[in-house]
Ligand binder design. Structure first.
Ligand code: OFO
Length: 173
C-alpha cells in the first residue's frame, strides 16, 4: 500500500511523463514537416517511450492500492527554431525529469516505502541513459554547425539510431 504522500508524488510523475510524451510528439511532428524523417522517427519513438513510462507508473499506483490520476493534455508548440534547439530542449527536459525522479526517490525514503524505492530504480537508470543520449546527439549537432549536407547525414543517422534505441527499449521493457 502506498502512503498518500507517495501516491501524490507518483501522480505528479505520471503527469510529467505524459507531458514529456506530448512535448516530444510535437517535436516529432514538426521535424516531419521539415523533411527530417530520421529525426522525426527518433522523436516519435521517444514520445512512445515516455508514454510507456507513464503507463508503468499508472499500473504501479493502482496495483499498490492507490488511484492513478490521468492528466489533461496541454497544447504544445507547433514550431521549433531549429534541430539544435529541439535537442537542447530534450536535454533540458530530461535533466528536469531526472531531478524529479530523484525528488520522488527522496519522498520514498522519508516515507520508508522501500518497495516503491526499488520500483523507481528502473527510472533512475533510464534517466542516466536518456540524458547521455541527448548529450551525444547535441555533440553531433555541434560538429555539423550550419553545414546542410552534415544535417542530411545527421538525419539519416538518427533514423538508424531509432531502430537501435527501439530494440534496446524492447529488451528492457
Ligand atoms: Fe521518462 O524518461 Fe525521459 O523523460
Amino acid at each position: 500500500m502506498v502512503t498518500k504522500k507517495v501516491e501524490t508524488a507518483l501522480n505528479e510523475q505520471i503527469a510529467l511523463e505524459a507531458a514529456s510524451s506530448q512535448y516530444y510528439l510535437a517535436m516529432a511532428s514538426w521535424a516531419e514537416t521539415q523533411g527530417l524523417e530520421g529525426v522525426a522517427s527518433f522523436l516519435y519513438t521517444h514520445a512512445d517511450e515516455e508514454r510507456m513510462h507513464m503507463l508503468k507508473l499508472i499500473k504501479y499506483v493502482n496495483e499498490r492500492g492507490g488511484q492513478a490520476q490521468i492528466p489533461a493534455l496541454k497544447a504544445q508548440p507547433q514550431k521549433f527554431k531549429s534541430v539544435q534547439f529541439v535537442f537542447e530542449e530534450v536535454l533540458k527536459h530530461e535533466i528536469l525529469v531526472s531531478n524529479e525522479i530523484n525528488a520522488l526517490v527522496e519522498v520514498c525514503l522519508k516515507e520508508k516505502d522501500y518497495t516503491t524505492h526499488n520500483f523507481l530504480q528502473w527510472y533512475v537508470s533510464e534517466q542516466i541513459e536518456e540524458e547521455a543520449l541527448a548529450r551525444k546527439v547535441l555533440d553531433k549537432l555541434k560538429l555539423i554547425g550550419n553545414d546542410a549536407s552534415g544535417l542530411y547525414f545527421f538525419d539519416r543517422d538518427m533514423g538508424s539510431l531509432t531502430g537501435a534505441e527501439a530494440n534496446a527499449g524492447n529488451e528492457k521493457a
